[in-house]
Design a protein around this ligand. Structure first.
Ligand code: 5CA
Ligand code: ZN
Length: 410
């Protein structure tokens, strides 16, 4: 698939610091990549109802990480998938009477337009599940050879017991795993399964559903194995960061890691599992199934500035579950106006220390609220009397806000 065009990325003086990220698996905050390279796989959209502000918040959070790595001088390998065939997409297509491929194409186009509008740096590899079916089949064959696959009425399941490290990504107790598995697309009660948590890797063709030929008969891939196959193809393992919203920690990232660990006979799948909080509206997680969505494209159509949307989303910490409100957007617009005024002025207080402080906040588990508060104090000081003023400071300020936070003050 083709990703979206890259935004300009100003060069900043000096170098950023290696970012420390909270890792769900260990529960610790650790350097995500020490350089000179960094690799990241961020789970992409299932293309229907794109791009709501929960999606946007998650991709912007990992964009801040990507920007920090660029600022540190690292060569970044970034991969993102598109789940362009899966149950929820097919269900939506049936509901609306649309062809599932047309729905996926339209929604993927909308998503890429939104990402470009929001100045998100594109992944080098933006990869659909459908185009990855050959590598998914190869991975399932490797899992078969490892004795990790069994058949239930023509559907192929992965045995979670084949991975001695299964459970270590999300670190949940068995009852919670079972509940979340049932809630998030799993089938714990299907007769014939060896373990309730075993997950589908290949679903035999059903009437009226798309299917592809395979050595296991015609069918389509399961969800988790899709991400494993794409990550292995483009990054290999271990890679540095497996990212997504916290709704993916279990079962999705747990299963993807187990597939990789068994298929490659290595551990770990990723060094750090990083999870963004859920963005809600009116007290509920923003989600397709609840229908309480605010779309990036709606704000785009209504003439909102992308920097205001980004700043509103970055004003909360990426790991916190949080609410989207109209107020948040208004506050962000007002803040941007204040920042723009300083960026356009002929001189401002020295911004070299500000750059180092903002870098410090971002390196500390992407503390964007801390970075924003520091910038606010500097902007306030620009209005104060008796400050030594530096004519090069407005340009440096504008560049640092653009390069590190993705906000254009033009
Ligand atoms: N295609 C799969 C991943 S392989 C998927 O989860 N797609 S999705 O469209 O449902 O979500 C895309 C990304 O947005 C995921 O990282 C998901 O965790 C994140 N996400 C979904 N809803 C929210 C929300 N309300 N707040 C924050 N992030 C969200
Ligand atoms: Zn995924």
């Amino acid at each position: 698939m083709r990703a979206w065009p890259a935004p300009d990325l100003p060069d900043l003086p000096g170098r950023g610091l290696p970012v420390r990220l909270h890792d769900t698996s260990s529960g610790s905050t650790r350097v995500a990549a020490a350089g000179p390279t960094a690799s990241m796989y961020v789970c992409g959209i299932t293309p229907y109802d794109a791009t709501h502000l929960g999606h946007a918040a998650t991709y912007i959070a990992f964009d801040v990480l990507n920007r920090a790595w660029h600022d540190a001088g690292f060569a970044v390998a970034y991969v993102q998938n598109v789940t362009d065939v899966d149950d929820p997409l097919l269900e939506r297509a049936i509901e609306t009477g649309q062809n599932w491929r047309d729905l996926a194409d339209q929604q993927t186009q909308l998503f890429t337009d939104d990402m470009a509008w929001l100045r998100v740096i594109p992944p080098q590899h933006f990869v659909g599940a459908v185009e990855s079916i050959p590598v998914i089949i190869e991975l399932i064959q490797r899992l078969q050879a490892a004795g990790a696959i069994y058949d239930v009425d023509g559907d192929l399941y992965f045995s979670v017991r084949s991975d001695p490290k299964f459970g270590q990504v999300a670190g949940l107790d068995p009852a919670t795993m079972r509940d979340l598995f049932a809630e998030r697309g799993g089938d714990p009660h299907r007769p014939g399964k060896k373990d309730e948590l075993d997950c589908l890797v290949w679903q035999r063709a059903r009437p009226g559903e798309p299917s592809w030929d395979s050595p296991f008969g015609p069918g389509r891939p399961g969800w988790h194995v899709e991400c494993t196959a794409i990550a292995l193809q483009h990054l290999g393992m271990p890679f540095d960061v497996q990212g997504g919203g916290n709704d993916l920690a279990f079962p999705h990232h747990e299963m993807s890691a187990a597939h990789g660990q068994v298929g490659e006979e290595r551990w770990p799948f990723a060094h750090v599992y990083a999870h963004a909080g859920m963005v809600g509206l009116n007290g509920e997680k923003m989600s397709k199934s609840l229908g309480n969505l605010v779309f990036a494209s709606e704000l785009r159509r209504n003439g909102h500035h992308p920097a205001a949307v980004r700043l509103a989303l970055l004003s909360g910490h990426y790991r916190a579950d949080r609410e989207w409100t109209d107020d948040l957007l208004e506050q962000a617009s007002a803040r941007l106006d204040r920042w723009r005024e300083v960026a356009r002025s002929s001189a401002a207080p020295d911004a070299v220390q500000l750059l180092s402080d903002v870098r410090g906040h971002i390196a500390d588990d992407l503390d964007t609220p801390g970075a924003i508060a520091t910038i606010d104090r500097w902007v306030d000081s620009a209005a104060g009397a008796g400050q030594p003023m530096d004519p090069s400071a407005p340009a440096l300020f504008s560049d640092l806000v653009d390069a590190l936070l993705g906000l254009s003050l033009e």
